[in-house]
Design a protein around this ligand. Structure first.
Ligand SMILES: [Zn+2]
Ligand SMILES: [Zn+2]
Length: 255
């Protein structure tokens, strides 16, 4: 029983064999997934995939890399879609300082607008963070994001910031990097964060876990993430799977 909380089955990389990819995930024990849409093209596809599969849910939001493209109409559209029965979260949203397409101030503005939308519609948020943890934590505090809560997706920074996010009621989600030989921070996070606040994800098609690093990632590989966390915490895979699934169902209000 595994819950992959962050997949992009709506990405071009899965256009040819999506059904087979989903079947492989089911065969590996993946019982639930959330497909994340983040722009005009990927949002409708996320909803479509969720409508076609009982065990797949959708999240809708605007990616920080493309923040400069988001209009007021887009934000209204996301609000409308949040009422869809299979939509369980707003996001991904956040800050990405790795790419230059959208200036930081524009990213921050779009991030703040989406946090406030999530509070209005009473849904958790999914946070994308690249090289911007300090600013993200500050904005979460300033916007009282503890009122909606959510996920620090593919968390990849020091434990101190993770603890600040936990204090705000957020969940920490670990992906492929926790399995990388040279990744120190995610391993510390995997050990220190209380199990009832931990989630697992693939972020596929990106960030495939070891030993598939560099290849196309897919939801079946979320088991490799769970196995690594079990190894680090010295508990069983079953316990990691059961608790992270329970956490995700609680956060997304599933069942
Ligand atoms: Zn992301
Ligand atoms: Zn993503």
């Amino acid at each position: 029983m595994l819950f992959d909380t962050h997949v992009h089955l709506n990405a071009d990389q899965f256009m040819e064999d999506r059904d087979e990819v989903i079947q492989r995930a089911l065969d590996e024990g993946v019982e639930y997934m959330v497909v994340v849409g983040f722009d005009r093209k990927t949002i409708p596809l996320a909803i479509e995939i969720a409508e076609q599969n009982d065990f797949i849910y959708a999240a809708v939001g605007w990616h920080p890399v493309d923040a400069i493209d988001m209009t007021d109409e887009d934000l209204k559209w996301i609000e409308e879609l949040s009422k869809h029965p299979k939509v369980v979260a707003i996001g991904e949203m956040g800050l990405d300082y790795h790419w230059d397409k959208s200036p930081h101030d524009v990213q921050k503005e779009v991030f703040r607008k989406q946090i406030n939308l999530a509070k209005k519609v009473n849904m958790p948020i999914i946070i994308h963070n690249r090289e911007a943890t300090e600013d993200i934590v500050q904005i979460l505090k300033e916007e009282n994001a503890q009122e909606c809560g959510g996920i620090m997706h593919c968390y990849n920074d020091v434990i101190d910031y993770a603890e600040e996010c936990l204090e705000l009621g957020f969940y920490i989600s670990l992906g492929g990097p926790v399995t990388f030989k040279n990744a120190a921070d995610p391993k510390i996070v995997a050990e220190e964060v209380p199990l009832e606040r931990l989630l697992i994800e693939t972020d596929c098609p990106f960030l495939a876990p070891h030993p598939n690093r560099g290849k196309r990632n897919e939801p079946a590989y979320v088991k490799l993430v769970a196995e690594k966390i079990a190894e680090i915490r010295e508990i069983s895979l079953e316990e990691v799977a059961r608790q992270t699934t329970e956490n995700a169902k609680k956060l997304f209000s599933i069942e």
